[in-house]
Design a protein around this ligand. Structure first.
Ligand code: NAP
Length: 277
């Protein structure tokens, strides 16, 4: 499944929406100088600028106290020029990440990590949802992968990928199993999957013996190695899978495009064009 090509189409849609809605803003808050987070933030700004979304790059030193981080979140919440707002994670260890993420106004919470948006997903009344699971669902829809009645297995249960992924597949009427680091006999579960989503961060964890013939395999994992970016799925899975997302060029570009899509959604919430449940 070609995430790069589909992402290009999503960006075109977003550019049209931006032109229709007028000025839109996306702000990121980065605490500290983690190099990987710095790369992610830069890419978000580049992507947004390309579709005409204004960006705000807010940075604080690694030792910033909790109240100062919260004050910056509040400032961004109150800023009318900012539609989408995200705090890059992980934040430095002395900070209370849950409290900081929870402080983002739900309308602006494009990562879907506030209790309000996460709770809406749980209740099946979707508000903002993280860009990665949204991107995966969009890919499944574009490639007409049947979800109703399908057996879906999600590897990983993080709040940013695994859990929202599982809830979206459940909403799409799949029968969902969630596996994690304490799951025994992973293969017993994966072999049953019509749709297998790997969001673990262990290079090539999923081998061809673990995949049912003609299954749809979505590789969310990204690990940086000397040889480049490596996914959770061994390339030999291509021999058995019906559909497979490559790394790079699969979920990564879709995640980047769907963040822009979510910024448009944030703008619609904020302008009263769409009610946030
Ligand atoms: P995370 O917070 O570290 O969560 C990893 C999950 O994998 C946890 O639930 C963990 O289980 C589970 N796990 C660890 N080892 C396992 C094993 N051997 N077998 C089964 N499950 C295992 O990571 P994340 O933020 O969800 O990200 C997951 C991966 O996706 C990472 O490689 C990340 O870089 C990548 N990612 C990619 C994109 C993209 O755009 N392509 C976006 C976001 C993340 P426990 O809960 O028991 O610890």
């Amino acid at each position: 499944m070609d995430g790069k090509a589909l992402a290009a189409r999503v960006r075109e849609e977003v550019a049209r929406d931006v032109a229709e809605l007028g000025s839109l803003g996306l702000a990121t808050i980065l605490v500290g100088d983690d190099p990987a987070s710095d790369v992610y933030v830069r890419l978000k700004h580049k992507d947004a600028a390309e579709v005409g979304i204004r960006t705000f790059d807010k940075r604080l030193p690694a030792d910033t106290p909790q109240d100062e981080v919260l004050a910056l979140v509040e400032e961004a919440n109150a800023d009318d020029g900012i539609d989408g707002l995200l705090v890059q994670t992980p934040v430095p260890g002395h900070l209370d990440e849950f409290a900081i993420l929870s402080a983002v106004r739900p309308e602006k919470d494009v990562d879907g990590l506030t209790p309000h948006n996460a709770g809406l997903l749980y209740l099946g009344r979707n508000g903002h949802i993280g860009a990665t699971p949204l991107g995966v669902m969009r890919m499944l829809a574009e490639y007409r992968i049947p979800t109703a009645g399908a057996r879906a297995v999600v590897l990983g249960r993080s709040p940013i990928v695994g859990k929202p992924m599982a809830f979206l597949l459940l909403q799409a009427n799949a029968t969902v199993t969630v596996c994690h680091s304490r799951t025994e006999d992973l293969m017993r579960h994966t072999l049953d999957a019509d749709i297998l989503v790997a969001a673990v961060g262990v290079p090539h964890l999923v081998t061809r013996e673990m995949v049912k013939a003609h299954a749809t395999v979505v590789d969310v994992g990204i690990t940086r190695t000397d040889a480049g970016l490596v996914g959770d799925v061994d390339p030999s899975v291509a021999d058995v899978a019906g559909h497979l997302t490559p790394v790079p060029g699969g979920v990564g570009p879709m995640t980047r495009a769907m963040l822009l899509h979510s910024t448009v959604r944030a703008a619609r919430y904020r302008r009263g064009l769409l009610p946030l449940p």
